[in-house]
Design a protein around this ligand. Structure first.
Ligand code: ADP
Ligand code: MG
Ligand code: ZN
Length: 587
């Protein structure tokens, strides 16, 4: 069968996306291939279609154990015989699946890389017909990558042990040159035999927020977007716990995830998120490798991550279904110190230097005034990119206001107070508070006392944060963080540097369309998912539901024109969908 036909019949898509066909053709021609596509670009189809076209069982190596079940469920929903083997299965269930695999029952077999270290398992693989090995998240093979997984190194042995060498297809969303070369070397891919589509994510709008109060912004944003699904990344477990409590307090239905929770807690929260029981999850970077949820509408980084690779991967979890989504990074200079500290704890020698350079690139990204998407693409070696017209910088029309005089007042006050106090105390002196501590230090005698008393303490606090984020002031961490004037700030005091500030960012609703039909379809999907005990996106993606809204199919035949409805789903859900639309099935 033609590959286009397979795409329509099983997946319900009318055409391939950029790069997919090229990869599939290479694989079917027997060439080892490296496929680099952005998250949500559609890498899975690049091995799933060949798996359908080739005789035997395609082996898929995936580090995402928690994801395997969902990935396999998605395939089963489409009528594709697939299974997985990982540590979540009992011994007898594992043997049962392997026996079926030996009998040639599956088109795809997903396994965790750790399995490949087990000679008994490899011996069984040798009894299967394996035309293709797909190595998903292939950057895990490289220690230069950000998710190095030692057991990926065993893939090579397995390939060598198989009697008939399979075609190898490596897939990843993030790979710098170094990582790319590493993947090719280890998996026997001729350098240059790669298909690299653009890293650009056309549906993502990137934003960097500086000098704003992170908590105020966050609450406002989440409350405004309550009905949308979002992920909030924070740097430490403590931050996650705090944010979780804060959001719960304002009535947001929220879950959390970090390595300090017990396994059962993590499973419970993750499931609540996957199954759309809560819309928001607050997490450390430990969360996400196992997440293929396609309807994430926003990802907020409450703190800056340690490098661009991590950032793009985490932010990229938004909008996998291709619908417009937002990625907001909140920048505060003190977070650079946190990341630096974490790097010092974990790396040394050459690796340390490497990691620091990556951190600097992350900081540079936060400060760029040009297109953010372009800046990301440049980092990954794509230089053709032009402005995206979507990101925070491309769409920024806020007015720049000259705030040099106010800045001088703050800086001068910091110096007069001896540069040994924190933000709150400084704001109190500036606004002329008669707080006991202020009077105790005799700060009411300073010429800068009450010099900003026309403003609220909160606004002065925000202004100090702004001066910190623009590096006129710096924070020195100690038992209590203290604020000092930075080199750039001295320039302001000497009248050599002017300070401009943009108006505050307004939080907006991401999805503007209010569609009762979409809500009805979403409710139907939730019920159906509950009945089948799978996450809602396994039944249909948001993309499919929106396409139903756009096309308003009236018959089972017309349903096949909807993106993401193939033959199996037409049969299984067609009548129910039409009923939600108010149509009876024509028989
Ligand atoms: P990746 O692994 O590259 O992050 P996936 O393979 O998970 O991406 O695909 C992301 C989404 O895009 C899935 O919902 C998938 O069904 C959809 N998709 C893939 N190929 C196509 C296509 N040709 N047309 C429409 N949607 C597609
Ligand atoms: Mg994938
Ligand atoms: Zn842009």
């Amino acid at each position: 069968m033609q590959i286009e036909q397979l795409l329509q019949q099983y997946f319900g898509y009318a055409s391939f996306r950029v790069g997919q066909k090229q990869v599939i053709k290479r694989v079917l021609a027997g060439d080892n291939t490296l496929c680099i596509m952005p998250t949500g670009g559609g890498k899975s189809i690049c091995y799933q279609i060949p798996a359908l076209a080739l005789a035997g069982t395609t082996l898929v190596i995936s580090p995402l154990i928690s994801l395997m079940k969902d990935q396999v469920d998605v395939l089963l929903q489409m009528g594709i015989a697939a299974t997985y083997i990982n540590s979540s299965l009992s011994y007898s269930e594992t043997m049962n699946r392997l026996n079926q695999a030996r009998a040639g029952r599956f088109k795809l077999l997903y396994v965790a890389p750790e399995r490949l270290e087990d000679p008994a398992f490899v011996a069984i693989l040798k009894q299967l017909t394996i035309p293709l090995i797909a190595v998903d998240e292939a950057h895990c093979i490289s220690q230069w990558g950000h998710d190095f997984r030692p057991s990926y190194r065993y893939i090579k042995n397995v390939i060598n042990e198989l009697e008939r060498p399979p075609v190898v297809l490596a897939l990843t969303a993030t790979a710098t040159k170094q990582v790319r070369v590493d993947i090719c070397e280890q998996l026997n891919i001729v350098v240059g035999n790669d298909v690299i589509t653009t890293f650009a994510r056309q549906n993502l709008a990137f934003k960097v927020l500086k000098g704003e109060n992170a908590d105020v912004f966050l609450k406002d944003y989440i409350v405004k977007n309550q009905s949308e699904v979002g992920i909030i990344y924070a740097a430490t477990r403590k931050n996650v716990d705090q944010l979780y409590e804060q959001l719960k307090k304002v009535g947001v239905s929220v879950a959390k995830y970090h390595a300090g929770l017990s396994k059962s807690e993590r499973d419970e929260y993750q499931e609540a998120f996957l199954y759309d029981k809560v819309n928001v999850i607050v997490a450390t970077s430990a969360f996400g490798m196992g997440i293929d949820k396609s309807n994430v509408r926003y990802v907020i980084h409450y703190q800056m991550p340690k490098n661009m690779e991590s950032y793009y991967q985490e932010a990229g979890r938004a909008g996998r279904d291709g619908l417009d989504s937002e990625c907001v990074l909140i920048y505060r200079p003190q977070d650079v110190q946190v990341q630096r500290f974490l790097i010092e704890q974990s790396a040394s020698g050459e690796r340390f230097g490497n990691e620091l350079a990556k951190l600097q690139a992350m900081v540079d990204y936060c400060h760029t005034e040009g297109c953010l998407q372009t800046s990301i693409l440049h980092y990954f070696g794509e230089f053709e990119a032009v402005g995206c017209e979507r990101c925070g910088n491309c769409t920024d029309t806020r007015e720049r206001i000259d705030v040099t005089i106010d800045a001088q007042k703050v800086l001068s006050c910091v110096i007069r107070m001896g540069q040994r106090f924190g933000k709150v105390m400084i704001a109190q002196v500036l606004t002329g508070s008669s707080n006991k501590k202020v009077l105790g230090f005799r700060f009411d005698k300073l010429p800068t006392y009450g010099i900003l008393s026309n403003k609220s303490t909160k606004d002065v606090n925000l202004f100090i944060e702004f001066l910190i984020s623009e590096e006129y002031l710096m924070v020195e961490q100690g038992e209590f963080p203290t604020i000092k004037v930075a080199t750039k700030g001295r320039g302001v005091l000497q009248g050599k540097v002017q300070v401009f500030r943009k108006q505050q960012v307004e939080t907006k609703q991401i999805v503007k369309t209010d569609s009762p039909l979409f809500e009805a379809l979403r409710a139907w999907r939730r019920e159906r998912a509950k009945a089948e005990n799978v996450p809602p996106f396994v039944i249909f993606s948001d993309q499919t539901l929106w396409d139903v809204c756009a096309k308003l199919p009236k018959t089972l035949d017309e349903l096949l024109d909807v993106k993401g409805i193939g033959e199996q789903k037409q049969v299984k859900y067609g009548a129910e969908l039409l009923a939600v639309l108010g149509n009876e099935v024509d028989s």
